[in-house]
Structures are given as C-alpha cells and as structure tokens.
Design a protein around this ligand. Structure first.
Ligand code: PLP
Ligand code: COI
Length: 337
C-alpha cells in the first residue's frame, strides 16, 4: 500500500507506478505498452497541439468492503471514448482494447487503490490525441491513447454538502450541434473563463444554459444536472449535454426507488419548483446544489444547507454498489482483483 494520507486526498494528480499506451501509426494500432514514464515526446507541429484534436475519459476503481477492487461501468466509458474519437476523426480503438488497458492500469497500480472506508477511489484517466505532424486543418492519421490513474478524494471541497452555483449566460459551454455530447478537451477549455469568474465570486460551479435560446438548463460544470420534485427524477435532454454514465446509473436507481424518471428540457423558470437538485458525474458522484444565483437576472434559488433525502438515498445506493455493499444486479462492476 502506498504511503499516502488517504483521508486527506482531494481531486488532483498523484504519481503512480505505471501507465498504459497504444499508438496508432501506419494505419494500425500497435501492441499495448506498459511504462513508468510520465512524459511523452511529441512533435511541436502535432495536430493535437494546434487544433485541439484531443479527447479523454474518467472512471473509477473502488476497493470494496470485501477487499475486492471494482471498476465501475468501464465498457460504457469505452463506448463513449469511441464516439469522441469518431467525432474528432481520430482512429477508433476497440472497446476490448480500452477495457484491457483500464484493467491493466488498475492491476499495475494496485497499491494506489485507496483502502475501504476512506471514501477515496482510484480515478482512471484515458486520454487520446492526434500525433500526426502537419500545418493545415485536417484529421490526424496517427494517435496516442494513454490510460493512467491517480488516487482521488472528493471533487468539490463541499463533498456531499450542498454547493452554491451560478447561472452564466455570458459564455456557453457547447453549441447545439457542436461537441457538447462528446468528451473532448475543447469543451473544458471553453468553460474555464466562466468557471474562474464563478470561483472568484465564491461559487463552486456554473450552470450552463442551452446556447441557442438561453432558456433551458444544460450542464452543471463538469457534471450533469438533476432535479427532484413530486416523486420524479428530472434531468435535461439536449444534444449538447455529455451523456453521463453516473446519470444513466442514477436514472436506473431512481426507477428502483419508485421515482418516475423524466428526461426532457428543463426551463430555468422550473428551478423554484424543485425540492432538491444537484450535479452528478464520476468525479463529483452526487454534489447537491444548495443555492443558485443567476448572474444576469440576479434571481436566487435556495434548496437548503443539508443534502436532500432523495439525493442522499441515490448517493448511498450508488456507492453501495461501487463499494460492494449491495448486490450489483445490473452487472455494472468489473472485478479486477
Ligand atoms: N458532464 C460533463 C461536462 C462532464 O465532464 C462529466 C464528467 O465526466 C459528466 C457530465 C459526468 O459524466 P460521467 O458520469 O460519465 O462521469
Ligand atoms: C469526471 O467526472 O470524470 C470528469 O471528467 C470531470 C472532470 C474532472 C473533468
């Protein structure tokens, strides 16, 4: 076991022992390579550096109550990686290649999988980019796919305590037929300025609205948004929202709890009617929202300082599966060791 203060972990990079790589060159993928090198050497005129031909994924491995290490929904992340690669005209790795790389990374870095009971987990970061050298705007023939990992704690300092967020219409995260529904670096670059503005004002995150009309809720920073009211779990349907694997899982768990699930547009005016709301994602798990301040209209929506009953139950059910405390009845976990 690595010598780490597991309880003090935040969400940051921590060096581990090995990472795994595949190169695509001369029209084919090479064999999986395992290395302890944290660095890569690429040409200064690689397409990824100039035209943002880059995508990534995020998934977690958990040490369970039974000591086993579980990787959560890795095939789903692999499929989403494929759709990001297709969108960026990059070579598309197979699901099997991606899953094998993730399993290998966990096995090779077993001593960095946090102990059960610390609330921490091993975050896996597959990252892929175009490495062909050129100058004109065109797809990259060659690519590098790396899967590395880092032990992490909570993404938001507030943890499961409700966070304050802002609505910002000054900058949009993603256009309706742009790249919002895939996990590419450019979406995150586009969100930085509004995110920094919110942080300087003391808010944890930004709620983005649809870029066409600024009428509907899209995403909550690097999380999907959900609202709870009248026995319903409601989450935005939009072509520019990332299809969150956590949200997909929560929709199933909400169903199991007897909630009705609505996947539809959510107008801003509906915000005061929610009993609870929050953000969900791999890094954030469930991060309840305590307050929303609308930067342009000055409207304030408040949901209280304590996590709501339904959000807490969803959080508990999800983590119970991830930590092996409840039956994995949908087969979401891959037992790595
Ligand atoms: N939305 C955005 C923009 C994200 O970056 C993420 C994080 O991956 C999510 C939603 C949540 O997706 P997932 O639950 O698959 O991690
Ligand atoms: C995740 O939740 O895995 C993310 O990718 C969010 C963020 C760290 C970019």
């Amino acid at each position: 076991m690595a010598n780490i203060d597991w309880n003090a972990l935040g969400f940051g990079y921590c060096k581990t022992d090995f990472n795994v790589r595949y190169s695509f060159a001369d029209g084919k993928w090479g064999e999986m390579e395992v290395t302890d090198d944290e660095y890569i050497k690429i040409h200064m005129s690689s397409y990824c550096l100039h035209y943002g031909i880059e995508l990534f994924e995020g998934l977690k491995a958990f040490r369970g109550v039974d000591g086993k290490v579980r990787l959560f929904r890795v095939e789903e992340n692999a499929k989403r990686l494929q759709s990001s690669a297709e969108r960026l005209c990059l070579p598309v790795p197979t699901v099997d290649m991606i899953v094998k790389a993730c399993v290998e990374v966990v096995k090779r870095n077993e001593r960095f999988v946090p102990p059960y009971g610390t609330g921490a987990s091993l975050y896996l970061r597959p990252v892929m980019f175009g490495t062909s050298v050129g100058l004109g705007v065109k797809p990259s023939d060659d690519a590098l796919l790396i899967v590395y990992c880092s032990p992490v704690g909570a993404y938001f300092k507030t943890g499961i305590k409700p966070m304050p967020v802002v609505i910002d219409r000054d900058q949009d995260r993603a256009a309706p037929r742009g790249t919002g529904d895939v996990k590419v670096g450019g979406n995150y670059a586009a969100s930085l300025l509004s995110g920094e503005r919110a942080h300087k004002m003391g808010y944890s995150n930004v709620i983005y609205l649809d870029a066409a009309e600024h009428k509907y809720i899209e995403e909550c920073g690097a999380c999907n948004f959900f609202g709870i009211k009248d026995g319903k779990y409601i989450t935005p349907k939009s072509p520019s929202v990332l299809p969150s694997i956590t949200n997909k899982s929560l929709r199933q768990l909400a169903c199991d709890m007897g909630l009705e699930v609505e996947d539809r547009r959510i107008p801003v005016e509906e915000l005061p009617t929610f009993e609870e709301c929050g953000g969900c994602g791999t890094a954030a798990v469930i991060s309840p929202i305590g307050k929303i301040f609308d930067l342009q209209t000055n409207d304030v929506y408040e949901y209280g300082d304590e996590v709501g009953k339904v959000s807490l139950e969803l959080y508990t059910r999800l983590q119970d599966i991830q930590y092996g405390r409840a039956e994995d009845k949908y087969g979401w976990c891959t037992i790595v060791m």
